[in-house]
Design a protein. Structure first.
Length: 264
C-alpha cells in the first residue's frame, strides 16, 4: 500500500457510498447490455449511448443526496462544484466500444479526489461481476479479498497491454513499438480491466495515451493499494491537472524501464 503510511485513510462513509454507487450502476448497464441502442458520436468520435447517460445521471443523484457539498465531474454531463475540496470523478461506461459491440470488458470508473489528488477509486466490471476498490490507507480488494501486484524485475519478462495500438501516432508509435518489442508479450483491449489485472498480478505493464481524468484517476488508489505504480510518462503523480499519457506497472523496476524508453 503505497500511501498508507504517509496519508490519512479515506473515511469509511466515502467507501460506503462508493460501494452503493456500484449497486446503482451495475443494473443499469446490465439492462442495456447486448440490446440495440442508438449510438451517438462525440466530438472525439468515441461512441456514446443512452446507457452512459442514464448511468451517470443516477450516480450524480446519489452523490448529491449523500454529500451535497461535494463536487462532481462526469464524462457525460460535465462539472458541478468542481472547486470543492472533495470531488467525485465519474466515467459511467469505460470501454463504450466494447459495450456497443457486445463484449463484456467495459466497466464503470468512480474516483473521489481531495484537493485534486485521488483518494478513492473503483473499477467495476458489471457483466463480469469483478469489483476493485482502492483507497488511501486501505488495501485494495477484488470482490472483497485483498489483491497484490506481482514482482517483475525486467521488462523482457513483462506482459504489456494497451487498449488500442491506434492511440499511438507519429513519434509515439515508434516509442510504443520499441516498448512492445522489449516486453515478453503485448496484448490489446480491455480498457479499465487491464489495470485491474495489474493490481491482481496478471499484467505487468500498461502504457496508454489520449486518456482523460475520467479514465485514470480512479485507477490510482486501486493500483497503489495493491503495491503497484501509476504515473504520467514523465513519472509524475496523476492528479486532476495531469495530461493524457499514463503508465502503470506492478513493479517499479519495470515502470522505470518503460519510462526510459518513452522518454528516449
Amino acid at each position: 500500500m503505497a500511501n498508507a503510511a504517509t496519508a490519512q485513510a479515506a473515511p469509511a462513509e466515502f467507501l460506503s457510498l462508493a460501494r452503493s454507487l456500484v449497486d446503482i450502476s451495475r443494473p443499469i448497464l446490465r439492462g442495456y447490455y447486448r440490446t440495440r441502442l442508438d449510438i451517438i458520436s462525440k466530438g472525439d468520435e468515441s461512441p456514446v449511448t443512452r446507457a452512459d447517460r442514464e448511468c451517470e445521471a443516477a450516480l450524480r443523484a446519489a452523490i448529491n443526496k449523500a454529500f451535497p457539498a461535494h463536487g462532481i465531474i462526469g464524462e457525460e454531463f460535465g462539472a458541478e462544484r468542481a472547486e470543492a475540496e472533495f470531488v467525485w470523478v465519474l466515467d459511467p461506461l469505460d470501454g463504450t466500444r466494447a459495450f456497443v459491440t457486445g463484449r463484456p470488458t467495459f466497466g464503470t470508473l468512480i474516483a473521489l479526489t481531495q484537493g485534486g489528488k485521488p483518494l478513492l477509486g473503483v473499477i467495476d466490471m458489471p457483466v463480469l461481476s469483478d469489483l476493485w476498490i482502492g483507497a488511501t490507507g486501505h488495501a485494495t480488494t477484488l470482490n472483497g479479498a485483498p489483491v497484490h501486484a506481482r514482482a517483475c524485475a525486467d521488462l523482457k519478462d513483462a506482459y504489456f497491454s494497451a487498449a488500442l495500438p491506434q492511440m499511438f501516432q507519429g513519434a509515439d508509435r515508434a516509442r510504443h513499438d520499441r516498448l512492445a518489442g522489449a516486453a515478453k508479450s503485448a496484448t490489446y483491449g480491455g480498457d479499465c480491466y487491464q489495470y485491474g489485472m495489474v493490481a491482481t498480478g496478471f499484467i505487468d505493464l500498461v502504457v496508454e495515451k489520449t486518456l482523460g481524468i475520467y479514465d485514470y484517476l480512479s485507477l490510482v488508489p486501486v493500483l497503489e493499494g495493491a503495491g503497484a505504480f501509476i504515473t504520467d510518462w514523465q513519472g509524475k503523480p496523476l492528479t486532476v491537472h495531469s495530461g493524457d499519457h499514463v503508465a502503470a506497472a506492478g513493479d517499479r523496476r519495470v515502470l522505470d524501464q518503460a519510462l526510459a524508453i518513452l522518454n528516449a
